[in-house]
Design a protein. Structure first.
Length: 212
């Protein structure tokens, strides 16, 4: 499980975001961040498999930042992010998401950016009779305090008219629901129940997008 030392290391890394410091503290990183991340990922994948009756595969995002197109030269991420999708689903539309940093503990569900085939299916779906159901589910999620990602496009894409009843949904290139919590909520034994409860609240979005 993540613990106070996980957050302590990430805080120290933010103040010393350079290779020499990281190399000198590699053993501490392994003990306080890397090993707990593997344990948490295995735990959540197991819980999701139990909840949905199918195996899930996890992805723990690298601590090393991709600097190829970034103006920020710092080499390391100061957070832990991971995702979970049904095992064997090469074109899964929705993923479960988890993030921990010294300033947040976040649970999410959805797609940051739909793959091209999924984007086409999503638009066709919300532009048709299912659009009303989509809107109703998203409305219920907002009422429950779920933060939904904003549309990325300023205009409704062709061939749909700008006054289409599902104009807001059609302007999405991805769709994610988020539950924002304090970092302490992601630490210790209570984190498992917090994750289960949070994912249960987000499950309508997972089922909605999985049906696209």
């Amino acid at each position: 499980m993540f613990n106070e030392e996980t957050l302590s290391f990430l805080r120290d890394l933010a103040r010393n975001n350079e290779r020499s410091w990281f190399v000198a503290n590699k053993a501490r990183y392994d003990l306080s961040v890397k090993d707990p991340s593997v344990a948490v990922a295995e735990m959540i994948a197991s819980d999701l498999a139990e909840a949905y009756g199918q195996p899930f595969r996890s992805k723990i995002f690298r601590i090393h930042r991709d600097l190829r197109f970034s103006k920020d030269p710092t080499p390391y991420n100061t957070h832990v992010h991971m995702s979970f999708v049904p095992d064997g689903a090469q074109d899964a539309v929705a993923a479960w998401l988890l993030g921990l940093s010294p300033t947040y503990f976040t649970l999410g569900c959805g797609a940051m950016v739909f793959a091209r085939p999924a984007l086409g299916k999503f638009r066709e779906s919300v532009a048709g009779p299912a659009g009303e159901h989509f809107a109703a589910v998203l409305s219920e999620l907002r009422i429950d305090g779920i933060r939904l990602s904003e549309p990325e496009l300023k205009r409704v894409p062709a061939p749909w008219p700008k006054d289409h009843p599902s104009a807001g949904l059609l302007r999405h290139k991805g769709l994610v629901g988020w539950i924002d919590a304090e970092p302490e909520d992601g630490l210790g034994p209570g984190m498992r129940e917090a994750t289960r409860a949070g994912f249960a609240r987000l499950s309508p979005l997972f089922e909605l997008l999985s049906g696209v």
